[in-house]
Design a protein around this ligand. Sequence first.
Ligand code: GUN
Length: 294
Amino acid sequence: MSYHLIDGRKVAEEVTTALEPRLAALRESGTNPGLAVVVVGDDPASHVYVRMKGRACERLGMASRSHALPSTTPEEELLGLIDALNEDPEVHGILCQLPLPSHIDERKVIDRIALEKDVDAFHPYNVGRMLIGDPLFLPATPAGIQHLLVTSGVELKGRHVVVLGRSNIVGKPIAAMLMQKGPGGDATVTVAHSRTRDLQGITSQADVLIAAVGIPLFVKRDMVKEGAVVIDVGTNRVDDPGTEKGYKLVGDVDFDDVKGKVSAISPSPGGVGPMTIAMLMANTVLAAEMAIGR
Ligand code: GUN
């Protein structure tokens, strides 16, 4: 079977280009959207993501500010920084890169972000708005997945979507979004996870399989239905002594193993990752539009 490669880099570029007229209109009225990215500690992957988010802002001419704090930063200090960013009129979006060091209560920090600047849509208020189908912001990775599916012409209405993984960042929100009424939704969604029985029996019933488990090359050929659409959300570092960095990035899906069986596949890297960044830019533009009452 030949498959369609869902190219996240290309779709992300289209999303970003579509922001340009909105940015021009904002600038005409004297506002340049600004994103503040906070990262605590020295997790190398987090720093890579933060750099990518900053570069995406730069490319669009948006203001970006990165606050890199040491891993020993007290919780109170981080909350103080969030308070200052909440008050800063030049900052329209605030993102605190997760995970945070274990001495910091992640929930407390997310709860402190002003609702209208919560471009990650991680605040319980924004999670709730998304769940009831009346979102202020949609979380970037799930929004990117949904956009990839819709723009690739994948029918969702009445189809069986299996989500592998139940994280607050991907699994839970993408399940909620694809089951909503209306365009981009109307799917029948199953969420499977590490405690699911007969995982293979469930995944092989999926018309659309979304893998977000964080286990390198977890999804194999026998877990996929003939003709299914597969979206790989995973970005896992695995040792590779043959490379300059000593590691390479692989997804949750064993691409070479499944590619002969699927009708379409979004690979990782090169799929959902760039979409996450594009959707974050879109949320920051939206936050700036809301700030000036558009
Ligand atoms: N860690 C992994 N993904 C994300 C994300 O989308 N946003 C933030 N803030 N942290 C993350």
